[in-house]
Design a protein around this ligand. Structure first.
Ligand code: UGA
Ligand code: MN
Length: 251
C-alpha cells in the first residue's frame, strides 16, 4: 500500500526550513506520495521548486482558508483550527483521483512535527484506522491510547478528556478505502477546539475498532514539536535603511 502523507502548509519565514526537514524524512520512506496543500490563493514558486527538487512523488495543491477563519496577528494560536480546508482539499483530490480498488493509507502530517521513519511502517497496513501515541502534546509528556489484549480500551490524556477520539492529528492514519467508501466524510471547519480529529473519525470507526500500533502504543515515534517564531527585528531595522538582507537569497 502507498502511504499518502497530507501536509497543510502556510507561508512564513521558516516555511522552507520546515518543509526541507519534513521532505528529507519522507525521502527515507518507500512507496510514499506527498500531498502538500498550501494555505494560499495560488501555488507558490518556493513550494513548487522545493517539491521538484525533493525527489519525492508528490501532488501540489492549494486552497486558502477563508479570511474570517484565519488567525489575526496577536491571536493565541488555539483560537481557530488550522489546516482544515487544506486537509479537506487533499481528501477531495484522493476521492477524485483514486479508485476504490487502490490500496493505501492516509496520514495527516503537519509541517512542524518531528517524525521517526519508523512511524510510517507502523501505519502502512491499516485496515480502518491505526493509532499510536504522540509525544509532547496535550500538556503531557505524551498522549496515547491505552491497550489491553491488543484492543484500545481508553486513552491517556488530561485535556478535554470527553473528546470522542482524544488524540492529536499525528497519532492516527486512515485507510484509503475507508475514506473512499465514505465520500462525504471530512474535517469540520467549525469543530470546537480539540475536536477536529474526532469530527472526522466519529463517522469512520468506533474506539473498539482502532488498530493499536507502535508495540501496543508503548513507543513514541512522532513528536508534536513546534518551532519558535524567528525574530527578525534587526532585519526590519536594516530594511528601513534600505540595507535589508539580499532578497535574491532564498531562506
Ligand atoms: C494542533 C494539531 O497538531 C493540528 O493538527 C491541528 O490542526 C491544530 O492543533 C488545530 O487545532 O487546528 P498546532 O501545532 O497548534 O497543531 O498547529 P500548527 O502546526 O500551527 O498548524 C497545523 C498545520 O496547519 C501545519 O501544517 C500548518 O502549516 C498549517 N497551517 C497553519 C495552515 O495551513 N494555515 C495557517 O494559517 C496555519
Ligand atoms: Mn504544529
Amino acid at each position: 500500500p502507498v502511504i499518502y502523507v497530507v501536509t497543510p502548509t502556510h507561508a512564513r519565514p521558516h516555511q522552507r526550513a520546515e518543509l526541507t526537514r519534513l521532505s528529507q524524512t519522507l525521502l527515507l520512506v518507500p512507496s510514499l506520495h506527498w500531498i502538500l496543500v498550501e494555505d494560499s490563493t495560488t501555488r507558490s514558486q518556493l513550494v513548487a521548486d522545493l517539491l521538484v527538487q525533493s525527489g519525492l512523488h508528490y501532488t501540489h495543491l492549494n486552497v486558502q482558508t477563508p479570511p474570517v477563519m484565519k488567525l489575526k496577528e496577536g491571536d493565541p494560536n488555539w483560537l481557530k483550527p488550522r489546516g482544515v480546508e487544506q486537509r479537506n482539499e487533499a481528501l477531495r483530490w484522493l476521492r477524485e483521483n483514486k479508485l476504490s480498488g487502490d490500496t493505501g493509507v492516509v496520514y495527516f502530517a503537519d509541517d512542524d512535527n518531528t517524525y521517526s521513519v519508523h512511524v510510517f511502517e507502523e501505519m502502512r497496513y491499516t485496515k480502518k484506522v491505526s493509532v499510536w501515541p504522540v509525544g509532547l502534546v496535550g500538556g503531557l509528556r505524551f498522549e496515547g491510547p491505552l491497550v489491553e489484549k491488543g484492543q484500545v480500551v481508553g486513552f491517556h490524556t488530561a485535556w478535554k478528556t470527553h473528546r470522542p477520539f482524544p488524540f492529536d492529528m499525528a497519532g492516527f492514519a486512515v485507510s484509503l478505502s475507508l475514506l473512499l467508501s465514505h465520500p462525504q466524510v471530512q474535517f469540520d471547519p467549525n469543530a470546537e477546539r480539540g475536536f477536529l480529529e474526532s469530527s472526522l473519525l466519529e463517522h469512520l470507526v468506533s474506539v473498539g475498532e482502532l488498530e493499536p500500533r507502535a508495540s501496543n502504543c508503548t513507543k513514541i515515534l512522532v513528536w508534536h514539536t513546534r518551532t519558535e517564531k524567528p525574530k527578525l527585528k534587526q532585519e526590519e531595522m536594516l530594511e528601513k535603511q534600505g540595507r535589508g538582507s539580499d532578497l535574491n537569497v532564498l531562506v
